[in-house]
Design a protein around this ligand. Structure first.
Ligand code: FAD
Ligand code: SIN
Length: 535
């Protein structure tokens, strides 16, 4: 039987990636913050980020250029006001990281316009990506986690998974969340003035992904069940180049490799990208992923090859030490051999609808980072625009929460304790493991890089059945983390398919063979639940 207890905090931040860690640090001088992570504090997509953070840092670059590149990648669906906000704020947010001590790679030699090295990635018309070699995310997380652990006003709860948001009696305000501890023994109701979902994306919905296990769309599913709007869920980004190795877990080969001159080739050595886009290997990500998918299908091959052998060994070791080492362990010396690569699910462009302050459509609830749909990415995210979005919206949410406190917020309603009296311990868990596999395969096969109406219809039917089964199991059994994640993932998968079915055109990351054209008028897909879906 699960025990229950209760905690009160000012601000509950769920998620310890770049978005959650930054916000916790920004708020903690004035407010008590409780910071949750369902795994170790450092685990999440952020720590695997390689390429870097985009921002206008070079004096010869311009905000307008970053803005236009973002709008172009977003294929007509970005919110220009949000793009302006992020591109304008980026350099300030990056400067804060520099001041916190993130060890970004320095520019060397006499050709430097800026003290730190700036790399280039697909879709950018200027070098504007600041990085720490190819382990940018790890360096950021290490720095932020250290600061968070030293802050006396931040209570850190790693290995605690939130189950659902708690609403007030009128069901128009979020007053915290139910949280399960590591050993599945205790559910704590965390009572908060403000709750922030910084739970990352949902790319684990797909069989092959560059993401860690934490990316199960928990925040998006929780917000949906609590009655929040979600937007643009059909736009899941596939990164063109993940290491293809039959025995290895998916590992990203950064776009910065192409930024430094890497070329995609067929097994016979032919460089095919110039046939697809004027920017060739540095075309926007959706174009490159679709081109690879097309070439693989046309030639019946398992992968294509990324060739960086034109660089000196020393340059490769200096700029791409992590990639070098990982490939070397897989038996590939990238200084002399081409890297076998395939596309894999990488980034959730849609998410919980938020405004320019990071507020969701539910009072008291914010969403920041990959879990949010701010309007920045539109139909396709520009490379390295995600870390920066997390930073900028942490700042916006902090300002909004501080303003709300100035106006005087008192959250008097006490949450009900978690009730587990009507469930029993599961006798077998095979349904959960089976459904995990089935769901991810359905999504990969039917809701992937290239879609059709028939495939989407098939996916919708399978997912509907899986969802019914999983919800029945959830209602009857004591909760545990795999079950909670699966419940969230099936919900998010359903939202992705419904959104994909609604879009009767091809745009950005959403490509449907039955509607290959792009409509003249671009409209986001906003879904709203009929009512909050839990008691
Ligand atoms: P995450 O970093 O994913 O963190 C999510 C947090 O939420 C984790 O702490 C997790 O434990 C917690 N969590 C989730 N659910 C729950 C729950 N139910 N209860 C409690 N805690 C929960 N972007 C760039 O801009 N530049 C790059 O170079 C780049 N490279 C990338 C490379 C890889 C391999 C990957 C996977 C992504 C990359 N991205 C990059 C994308 C970027 O890293 C992510 O979009 C970004 O880090 C997301 O940050 P976040 O704070 O929103 O979430
Ligand atoms: C990469 O390094 O290729 C990932 C960059 C990103 O996802 O923004």
């Amino acid at each position: 039987m699960i025990q229950s207890n209760s905690i009160k905090t000012d601000v509950l931040v769920i998620g310890s990636g770049i978005a959650g860690l930054s916000l916790a640090l920004k708020l903690a001088d004035k407010h008590a913050v409780t910071l949750l992570a369902k795994a170790a504090l450092s685990e999440g997509s952020t720590q695997y980020a390689q390429g870097g953070i985009a921002g206008v840092l070079d004096p010869f670059d311009s905000i307008d250029s970053h803005l236009n590149d973002t709008l172009e990648a977003g294929a007509g669906l970005c919110d220009p006001e949000v793009v302006r906000l992020v591109t304008e704020q980026a350099s300030h947010s990056i400067q804060e990281l520099i001041e916190l001590g993130v060890p970004f790679s320095r520019c060397e030699g006499d050709q430097c316009n800026y003290p730190f090295h700036l790399t280039q990635e697909g879709g950018h018309s200027h070098r504007r990506v600041i990085h720490a070699a190819d382990h940018t995310g790890l360096s950021i997380v290490d720095t932020l986690v250290q600061k968070v652990l030293l802050h006396s006003n931040i209570t850190v709860l790693p290995e605690h998974i939130s189950i659902d948001l708690i609403l007030n009696q009128k069901r128009d305000r979020c007053i915290g969340a139910y949280v399960l501890n590591k050993n599945n023994e205790t559910v704590t109701d965390i009572w908060a003035d403000f709750t922030v979902l910084a739970t990352g994306g949902a790319s684990k919905a797909y069989l092959y992904t560059s993401n860690p296990d934490t990316s199960t769309g928990d925040g998006i599913a929780m917000a949906w069940r609590a009655g929040c709007k979600v937007g643009n869920m059909e736009f899941n980004q596939f990164h063109p180049t993940c290491l293809f190795h039959p025995k290895d877990r998916s590992f990203l080969i950064s776009e910065a490799v192409r930024g430094e001159g890497g070329i995609l080739r067929l097994p016979n050595g032919h460089a095919f990208m110039p046939e697809y886009h004027e920017r060739a290997d540095l075309a926007p990500r959706d174009v490159v992923a679709r081109a690879i998918d097309h070439e693989m299908k046309k030639h019946g091959i398992d992968c294509v090859y990324l060739d960086i052998t034109h660089l000196e060994r020393e340059q490769i070791m200096h700029h791409f030490p992590t990639i070098y080492e990982r490939c070397f362990k897989a038996g590939i010396d990238i200084c002399t051999q081409q890297i076998p690569v395939v596309p894999a699910a990488h980034y959730t462009c849609g998410g919980i609808v938020t405004n320019m302050q990071g507020k969701s459509s539910l009072n008291g609830l914010y969403a920041i980072g990959e879990a949010a749909y701010t309007g920045l990415h539109g139909a396709n995210r520009l490379a390295s625009n995600s870390l920066v979005e997390g930073l900028v919206f942490a700042e916006m949410a902090k300002r909004s929460i501080e303003q709300a406190y100035l106006k005087g917020v008192t959250n008097l309603e006490v949450p009900k304790a978690w009730d587990s009296s009507r469930v029993t311990d599961p006798k077998e868990k095979v349904l959960v493991t089976h459904d995990w596999d089935e769901l991810r395969r359905v999504m990969w096969d039917y809701v992937g890089i290239v879609r059709t109406d028939k495939r989407l219809k098939r996916a919708r039917q399978r997912i509907r059945n899986l969802k019914r089964e999983i919800n029945e199991y959830y209602n009857e059994h004591t909760v545990y983390s795999d079950l909670l994640e699966l419940r969230n993932l099936v919900q998010v998968a359903e939202l992705m398919v419904i959104s994909a079915q609604r879009r009767k055109e091809s745009r950005g990351l959403h490509y449907n063979l039955d509607y290959p054209k792009t409509k003249l008028k671009a409209k986001p897909t906003i879904l709203k639940p009929k009512k909050a879906k839990f008691s």
